[in-house]
Design a protein around this ligand. Sequence first.
Ligand SMILES: *[C@@H]1O[C@H](CO)[C@@H](O)[C@H](O)[C@H]1NC(C)=O
Ligand SMILES: *[C@@H]1O[C@H](CO)[C@@H](O)[C@H](O)[C@H]1NC(C)=O
Ligand SMILES: *[C@@H]1O[C@H](CO)[C@@H](O)[C@H](O)[C@H]1NC(C)=O
Ligand SMILES: *[C@@H]1O[C@H](CO)[C@@H](O)[C@H](O)[C@H]1NC(C)=O
Length: 341
Amino acid sequence: MLSLGGLGLAVLASCRSNILKMSCSQLVVDRIDPLVNPGVLGSPHLHQLVGGNSLNATMDPADDRAELSTCTTCTFPDDFSNYWTAVMYFRARNGTYKRVKQTGAIFSETARGGGITVYYFPPRKDPTNIVAFKKGFRMRNGDPSARNATGASKYQGIDYTCLVRDDTRFTNHTASFPDHMCPVGILTTIYFPPCWDGVNLDSPDHYSHVSWPTEGDYDDGAPCPATHPVKIPQIVLEVQWDTREFNAPELWPDDGSQPFVWSFGDTTGYGHHGDYVFGWRGESLARAFSDDEGCLGQGNTLCTLNMQSIAQANQCMLEPSVEEDVDGWLERMPGGVEADL
Ligand SMILES: *[C@@H]1O[C@H](CO)[C@@H](O)[C@H](O)[C@H]1NC(C)=O
Ligand SMILES: *[C@@H]1O[C@H](CO)[C@@H](O)[C@H](O)[C@H]1NC(C)=O
Ligand SMILES: *[C@@H]1O[C@H](CO)[C@@H](O)[C@H](O)[C@H]1NC(C)=O
Ligand SMILES: *[C@@H]1O[C@H](CO)[C@@H](O)[C@H](O)[C@H]1NC(C)=O
């Protein structure tokens, strides 16, 4: 059986072996946002991005990422998709910011820069008729402007785990930043919507073309709503933030609040979001999800998808397109962003 790493509450009910799981090392930390600010060098906030090295600020949906890329940081070398999230900062008592380093999640410890662990899930019950993403497909989950549970309620699947150990998974969850110190760090998990309208590869908010089952759980075979009737694999991103160097009461704010802030200024955590641009080579993802290829049932090892080691994936990297200090003790976060307090 594969590790249960990252399976959230939704799938607690059973052990899963039918998942596609890969480690994606960090490709680059850069202030670009190809989905929300296409073509802009110096998007409003900083991201950490993984996947194919054809990533750039533009990313025309008509382009084939697999054709344009020469390597990927993911351990399935046919996956030239890009996945990205914001970056976490620590805000010191004197008001300066320091980037929180990432570590590879459990079993991906050697991934350069920590990166992202990426999963593709079929539903556990009735895992048939799952339609793989097509060229040009992209989506975003989460709303950077949300600052409370109500504001975030349009979105689902944004989750924080206060890591008591490396493999803490089914406890210590919150929808916002943990309000106390986490011994091993903070794991952030983004579940993407598993239902698609079957027509649009994108939408103005990068979200309206996808959706969630209205009743019940995708994993339990719940149907997709009539507006978004097509089941797609559920993509899940896990990022592990190494907060240990900041775990000291004298470093935390003396008003009892928590000191972490997203690169877009959010100190609540409700604004966390993640982005996806599809880029698998040809029909490789569709093949992986077909019954014959065995990828989903065999713990990846018998899968006919090509594999590369984390060490090989680590050799793929990009220089940031925006040159700026992202790692020092900064008066403001990149882009001039300050914590909204
Ligand atoms: C991004 O890559 C595409 C395809 O190679 C290229 O046409 C475009 O000019 C690049 N954009 C930037 C901002 O580098
Ligand atoms: C601000 O606080 C941090 C953490 O205590 C410290 O490392 C840094 O040097 C301080 N910066 C200034 C300008 O005092
Ligand atoms: C929650 O956030 C929304 C904006 O997303 C805001 O309009 C609303 O007033 C907030 N509610 C509370 C209770 O703070
Ligand atoms: C984790 O959850 C357990 C059970 O709810 C709780 O006792 C413990 O304090 C939590 N630990 C952390 C570090 O959040």
